[in-house]
Design a protein around this ligand. Sequence first.
Ligand code: BYC
Length: 323
Amino acid sequence: MAPTVDLEARFLAYVAAENKVEPKHWMPDAYRKTLVRQISQHAHSEVVGMLPEANWITRAPSLRAKLILLAKVQDEGGHGLYLYSAAETLGTSRDQMIDDLLAGKAKYSSIFNYPTLTWADMGAVGWLVDGAAIQNQVMLCRTSYGPYSRAMVRICKEESFHQRQGYEIMMHLARGTQEQKAMAQDALNRWWWPSLMMFGPSDDQSPNSAQSMAWRIKRKSNDDLRQEFIDKTVPQAEFIGLSIPDPDLKWNEERGHYDFGAIDWSEFFAVVAGNGPCNTERLEARRKAHAEGAWVREAASAYAAKQSARRPAAGLPAKPHAA
Ligand code: BYC
């Protein structure tokens, strides 16, 4: 037993000194498991997160808006791929992670179980959902696992474009006709509280936080990130003349932060348990896409096998192909 204790203590000192853990380094089994859980949930969130926005690509109000939304949704697909690759370096295959998602065993962000009802929702999602995502993910650029932290640097750059895309839509609508302003306000009303829930349960209800902070996987607590997001977002709403749907929201001079109303955690836990407005629809859409994409995976594997068989003939070393 003694050597494991030693290794664990050395590992803790190593991450505490801000060193990165790389795939071939020794790591505690529980650290590996936590990372596979978090990174795969994150990857699933990106891929499921394409669905509510893809719903509006064909109905974007201008060619410019359509191009930007299309690029944003493609970016989310790319983020999913970087993240599945980062998780695979820990020894779990992408096929396994996707099977877990499709079987309803793996989680993805609660936020993507809400419907996108109007064009203003594209604004609210970009502004609030991507805004909340950046708040959480900037700290993940400093996470202790090297492949995850490097993936996050690129993802954050793209998320920041997504946030501006959403805010621009809200700004235009808020300065438009009465109806457009009302549409923007309605979207803000519906997306505000679910966006605050994205940060996860409050710190005293967050079973994974303490250990993840000790391992430097998480760098800030769920509540601290939520507060930072609120402090940053309230002035943005004021600037475009929209009101945050929280009667208890008030600047607290002493704390130097906004005080805010109680979050309905029963709603959060119901959504995470599979009972949100769109959980069934989202999983069905992913299952259908996976089944319809089977021929692409088969064709890619057949092509890779053919290439690999040809290599020795061309004087190149034979390479094992990744199925
Ligand atoms: N939804 O102990 P806790 C995006 C679960 S995608 C569902 O605090 P942890 C975007 C949690 O998994 C944004 N489940 O957990 C894409 C845990 O359950 P398990 C996604 C949630 O891991 C497209 C339990 O509750 N971002 O940006 O320490 C378009 C207890 O929680 C949620 C990421 O995934 C939730 N909101 O902290 C636009 C970021 N919150 O697994 C935008 C990476 C908590 O023990 N992930 N749970 O059964 C993280 O930073 C952390 O995993 C969390 C949760 C802060 C989310």
